[in-house]
Design a protein around this ligand. Structure first.
Ligand code: NAP
Length: 321
């Protein structure tokens, strides 16, 4: 079968489509004929050896996919840690979810990582109880026009949260506003800390979804109101998060981590998350945002787009059909 191989940890340039043996299905797994793969920032980091938990090369790239489960013929979308960008993948059954009838294979491949992460960000922020939310919470979403960001906007709107979001581009912000983002902040032109202060009349936000790291962790802490939380879930700048202890003390604020790889192993967390997400899907309220679709043999371009931060929503690889 064809697969996208990582042969060395030297970045997306070392990716290549190769013929490899079909996967061996282990206990608890089923075989899936892959239709499409969802590209994540973690995949870019994996090509540079910057993501924990993956085996050394050579390995098959990809952690998210949609396809047809064998032998049931069921349309599924799934989450893995690697080996998803191939014609077939062996997937753990508890990491497979049914694809809604009206969704394309590309939309399904854009669902698991973005929507579970976005939902769990609100859960960590204590905002998933809609009755309690009632429109009184404010959240700052970094990279609001990206994969996780657009999912967070759709979910935030359903929870009645007032959303502030950052992006490098007015064009991207305009598209996210159509999804329900109330306050777009172009960080190339405006300092987001100042913007949040002005827009909230000096009060700040209840939570920041922070995936940049470096100075942005400290800056995000300063965007909080009393008892607020920064949820740290990535370091796209490549720099370790810096703390502003004074901001933590001054507001009785907290900093919390989130890692889907870890949380996905916890049934008691994933079960209720899927129950709520599938209810919203059934009501037609969630629509994965696809920015660009590339065939597998142009995967390097797809990775580059994400690496350079030029994507809108999800970048998807078409693998079959
Ligand atoms: N902890 C977890 O379990 C978990 C799960 C999923 C994702 N994540 C993290 O969440 C973040 C978003 O992931 P994603 O896959 O949805 O990617 P994405 O948001 O679709 O793409 C990354 C976006 O980040 C923005 N950005 C800002 N600074 C950047 C930089 N230095 N380099 C590249 N992009 C930069 C860019 O948007 P603008 O130009 O609009 O700023 C870019 O489009 C990543 O840091 C990822 O590692 C973590």
């Amino acid at each position: 079968m064809k697969a996208l191989m990582i042969s060395s940890l030297t970045g997306p340039g070392a990716l290549a489509v190769q013929e490899v043996p079909e996967p061996v299905v282990k206990a608890g797994q089923t075989l899936v004929r892959v239709a499409a793969g969802g590209l994540n920032f973690a995949d870019v980091m994996t090509t540079k050896g910057g993501y924990p938990g993956t085996p050394p090369p050579p390995l098959i790239a990809g952690r998210e996919f949609s396809g047809i489960e064998e032998p049931s013929g069921r349309r599924v979308m799934g989450y893995a840690q690697w080996a998803a960008f191939a014609e077939k993948t062996a997937a753990y059954s508890n990491m497979l979810w049914p694809v809604p009838d009206r969704w394309s294979p590309e939309q399904a491949a854009a669902f698991p990582v973005n929507y579970f992460t976005a939902y769990l960000l609100y859960w960590h922020a204590g905002m998933t109880n809609r009755a309690a939310a009632g429109g009184k919470y404010r959240v700052l979403i970094h990279a609001v026009a990206g994969g996780v960001g657009t999912a967070a906007v759709q979910i935030g709107q359903l929870l009645g949260v007032e959303m502030y979001g950052t992006s490098s581009s007015d064009e991207k912000l305009a598209r996210v506003k159509e999804l329900g983002l109330q306050h777009g902040i172009n960080y190339k032109r405006n300092d987001y800390e100042d913007a949040v202060k002005n827009l909230t009349r000096g009060e700040g936000v209840d939570a920041v979804f922070e995936m940049l790291g470096g100075e942005h962790t400290a800056k995000s802490l300063r965007c909080l109101r009393d008892f607020g939380r920064v949820i740290q879930y990535g370091t796209a700048t490549g720099h370790a998060p810096k703390l502003d202890m004074r901001a933590l003390y001054a507001k009785s604020a907290s900093l919390q981590g989130l890692w889907l790889t870890y949380l996905s192993q916890k049934r008691e967390i994933m079960g209720p998350a899927w129950q709520q997400l599938s209810e919203w899907i059934g009501e037609g309220k969630l629509t994965p945002q696809i920015g660009q679709v590339f065939p597998l043999d142009r995967a390097k371009e797809a990775y580059q787009l994400l690496e350079e931060g030029k994507n809108y929503g999800k970048v998807v690889l078409k693998i079959a059909g």
